[in-house]
Write a protein that binds this ligand. Sequence first.
Ligand SMILES: [Zn+2]
Length: 256
Amino acid sequence: MLFIFFKPNFGKTLNKTLLRYKPFIKIRQHNYYMTDNEQEQNFEQLFKESFDLNELPSVIQSVVDFLQPLLLPYEAAIYWYMFRHSIIKTGGNHIRVSTRGLGKPKTVIQSSSGQSEGLSYGGVQDALTGLENKKVIKKVGDTNRSGTLYQIYLPDEIELCTQRMKEVIIEELPKVDPKKEADYYNVKENRLKIFERDKYLCYKCSKQLTRFSATLDHLQPVSEGGDNSYDNLATACLHCNSTRGAKPIMDTFTGK
Ligand SMILES: [Zn+2]
């Protein structure tokens, strides 16, 4: 049988890498030595050894930033409940919960239906299934009288979150548009680029100009917030430039 496990990085550093679990594939032979429950206890122990409470603020931050926006309200409430009763309470990532227990009044959250204080059986089940489908929690043991054993994952271990983290990193990179940043009016080399772009033709009367007779005109006047960017400048003859005054280009075209 093929099982995919998450292997914690060992080591007692405060480094963030403690929370990064690298998946590896393990072929499980007939397991004479460990029952499933024993194996889960083993994983729980590994998590406890590698999880550092100093990481808690950054874990909570990543839940709010990257996980919670992907959850429905009851899913989020149940996740936080499980988080509080596993990671925070025991330092482990396993918790046994029952659908009825989570639905009890004054336990997880108020029902939004307004019909009762607790959550309906179906409401809790939908939330647990939703969390499982999003691979935020995983059923890891049989159900007994006190509930079902789940493993709870942290954002770093949840694919949906790591995808979102990558997107945010890309979104946060400063977007520098060199054509916007540069001054094409005052820098001589840049002025020539505009003339060349416009083929030394006056944008208004189409007169052929030379680098000595061409001037630059602001399409949106500086007095109205126009800048010296590539897109706000056009080649103009001296006549058209001086008669147009500070009017924007569309005013000139429409003869205002
Ligand atoms: Zn002209």
